[in-house]
Write a protein that binds this ligand. Structure first.
Ligand code: S3P
Length: 165
């Protein structure tokens, strides 16, 4: 199926870059966090605070199941989507998975002023989460983009060129 799925850490720019690529391709853009918030009528922060992370993860897995049939869509995912191997398997079937890889230093800079909406950062640092997740993202993705030295436009061009190969 012809979809593009962006994975990576919080603060890697999955939403911004996803939207720009979708506009460029004339495809639809979906953002799993935004969809969950809309469907629940609550923010991610409220879902975590009221029901806990495991409830959020099950909402995320249910949503991935529902997205199985989309086409010509760029999907920006929540940073933890690959924690569930089933999600990764489904997403692989749906299209090209791209890992937007950025170093903790870059991620922290991008997240400045945006950490309140990321409940995981209440108790864990980006550095620790990155150490655990970087191998998972790499295993899940077909294309890994080292973003630290690239502009958003360059990242978009790399992805678009790859899809044209
Ligand atoms: C999470 C990342 C968040 C959101 C939730 C959990 C994570 O999405 O899904 O707070 O586990 O890394 P973003 O990657 O869009 O910030």
């Amino acid at each position: 199926m012809n979809n593009l799925i962006l994975i990576g850490m919080m603060g890697s720019g999955k939403s911004t870059i996803g939207k720009a690529i979708a506009d460029k391709l004339g495809w639809k853009h979906l953002d799993t966090d935004k969809m969950i918030e809309d469907m629940q009528g609550m923010t991610i922060r409220e879902i975590f605070d009221r029901y806990g992370e495991s409830h959020f993860r099950s909402l995320e897995a249910k949503l991935v199941e529902q997205l199985k049939t989309v086409e010509s869509t760029v999907i920006s995912t929540g940073g933890g989507i690959i924690l569930n191997h089933l999600n990764t398997m489904v997403l692989r079937e749906m299209g090209l998975i791209v890992y937007l890889r950025a170093l903790p230093k870059t991620l922290n800079a991008n997240l400045e002023g945006h950490t309140k909406s990321r409940p995981l950062l209440d108790h864990q640092s980006i550095e620790v989460i990155y150490k655990v997740r970087d191998p998972l993202y790499r295993n899940s993705a077909e294309l890994v983009i080292d973003m630290d030295l690239l502009s958003n436009q360059e990242i978009i061009d790399v992805i678009l060129n790859y899809t044209k190969r």
